[in-house]
Design a protein around this ligand. Structure first.
Ligand code: SF4
Length: 486
């Protein structure tokens, strides 16, 4: 199936006769705002690319925009509140500019559907599985200002053949390199999730797990490599559960990594996010050990260190088993850098439970950790069955405490790099490019990452952007290594 560009016809008068010419929407400017995870960022890149192909241009200023698109996240209440606050501003803006078209896409669009469409500011509501149609919706709304709703009715059912094909086409046709970070790209290997962690809305807004065919993924990576991409990150909600029957065998993430590693031009491969599970675990870590292209990095959230809370979260493992899994990974890949996620203040989390989380964090020796305060998500099991018992200030204190423990560990780990040489992929100018320029032959400050995902800052020529470099580390803070190029 070929994705059609929206066709727009403009009336012109010639010798008293009206005729219509087809024109692209090149005079219409779109402002895009994206919330949420890497999966959402990838959707935003695909949507942006589709709109560009349909003739729209982009603006970084909402005031200049004819169309505002917000790609939303439903994972935490805070993210949804921020979207609602943006829509509040847009509502006021639309009173003086009724032609402004506002579209809401992503998880919140799927979750709230027509309730969101009732919002005075909103013209288009489009769920994640419907985004292949987005440029048609936007082109139509620009013309007639009508409201349009496209959400998946029975989201937990496998989509129709037509829908899957449209998503696959959209993914591959618009599978462009990540424009923000040169030489890097993200490739989705699967959609949805089957795990139903009790607090999580993802299975209800992104549907069941569907793995993409290895042929399509490998072909996409090959094309990216031809366009100069050097690092590809494979994306999935539970990326390590990737499974696809093809050519008489079941393909796992390990097989994908091996096949992608054979592609000329691809030098680093990453994958996020991993769920703590036995399935394919050893194979994946062994491919990491055996292939110089697979980065020694594992993002595997534990969420809690208390077995009682893990059970209530429906996480299907104990803290001891989780730590054993990390131990196994470290035996196979001693240099592996591990990142974690935690939720503090889950319903019923006592001080003892929280202490168990601190203990797990101490033992896991993560390179870095993302800590979130629990917020009930409508429709999830924990919202339906449990009461949000932990007070906001207790959640806040636990959040701060856990981050302080992590900071100490990150500080200890980062010091191990002192006086060592590391290979990095340069992302571009740092947030403060002018720093240390005088001492570095007028070279700006650059930001880069190691294979283990450590952030490295150093002064060097901007032309190193998108290239690999070797840096000698001279100082370190918990989250950043500072050095000098060799
Ligand atoms: S594994 Fe759990 S937390 Fe992750 S997306 Fe699936 S349900 Fe949500």
């Amino acid at each position: 199936m070929v994705i059609q560009k929206p066709r727009v016809f403009t009336p012109i008068e010639c010798n008293g006769e009206i005729s219509y010419i087809e024109s692209l929407m090149c005079h219409k400017k779109v402002y895009v705002k994206s919330f949420g995870c890497q999966m959402n960022k990838l959707d935003t890149a695909l949507v942006t690319s589709a709109l560009e192909d349909a003739g729209f241009s982009f603006t970084p200023s909402v005031k200049e925009a004819d169309v505002v698109l917000i790609n939303t996240c439903s994972v935490r209440d805070h993210a949804e509140q921020r979207v609602l606050s943006h829509l509040g501003h847009l509502k006021h803006m639309k009173r003086s500019r009724p032609d402004l078209v506002v579209g809401v896409i992503g998880c919140m669009a799927q979750r709230l559907g027509d309730r969101l469409l009732e919002h005075e500011a909103v013209n288009i509501v489009c769920g994640p599985a419907e985004i292949p149609q987005i440029s048609d919706f936007v082109a139509k709304a620009v013309q007639d200002r009508q409201k349009a709703l496209a959400v998946t009715e029975r989201i937990r059912h496998k989509g129709s053949q037509q829908q899957s094909q449209a998503l696959e086409e959209f993914e591959s046709v618009y599978g462009i390199e990540n424009e923000q970070i040169p030489a890097q790209a993200f490739v989705r290997v699967m959609r949805g999730c089957n795990n139903f962690c009790s607090y999580c809305v993802v299975p209800y807004v992104r549907g069941p797990e569907v793995s993409r065919s290895p042929e399509a993924i490998i072909e996409q990576i090959r094309k990216l490599a031809e366009h100069g991409v050097k690092q590809v990150t494979l994306l999935g909600q539970r990326v390590n559960s990737y499974k696809y029957k093809h050519g008489g065998k079941i393909w796992s993430l390990a097989d994908l990594l091996e096949a992608a590693g054979d592609i000329a031009g691809i030098e680093w491969l990453r994958f996020v996010t991993s769920y703590p599970s036995e399935e394919f675990f050893d194979q994946i870590i062994e491919v990491m050990a055996g292939s110089p292209k697979v980065c020694e990095y594992l993002h595997m959230p534990a969420q809690s260190g208390s077995d009682r809370i893990l059970k209530a979260m429906n996480r299907n493992y104990t803290s001891r088993w989780y730590l054993e899994l990390l131990e196994r990974a470290r035996q196979i890949v001693p240099e592996i850098a591990i990142a974690g996620d935690f939720i503090v203040g889950f319903p019923g989390e006592s001080e003892e439970d929280f202490q168990a989380t601190v203990n797990l964090l101490e033992k896991a020796r993560y390179k870095n950790t993302f800590v979130f305060k629990y917020s009930p998500r409508p429709g999830t099991n924990s919202d339906k069955r449990l009461t949000d018992t932990v007070a906001a200030k207790v959640k806040q204190r636990r959040n701060v405490e856990l981050l302080a423990v992590q900071e100490r560990i990150s500080d200890e780990l980062s010091r191990q790099f002192l006086n060592r040489e590391v290979k990095v992929l340069v992302e571009g100018l740092s947030k403060k490019p002018h720093l240390n320029m005088a001492d570095a032959g007028d070279n700006p400050q650059l930001v880069a990452r190691t294979a283990g995902d450590w952030i490295v800052v150093f002064n060097g020529p901007e032309s190193l952007t998108g290239k690999f470099a070797n840096v000698k580390i001279e100082s370190a803070s918990p989250l950043t290594l500072f050095g000098r190029p060799i």
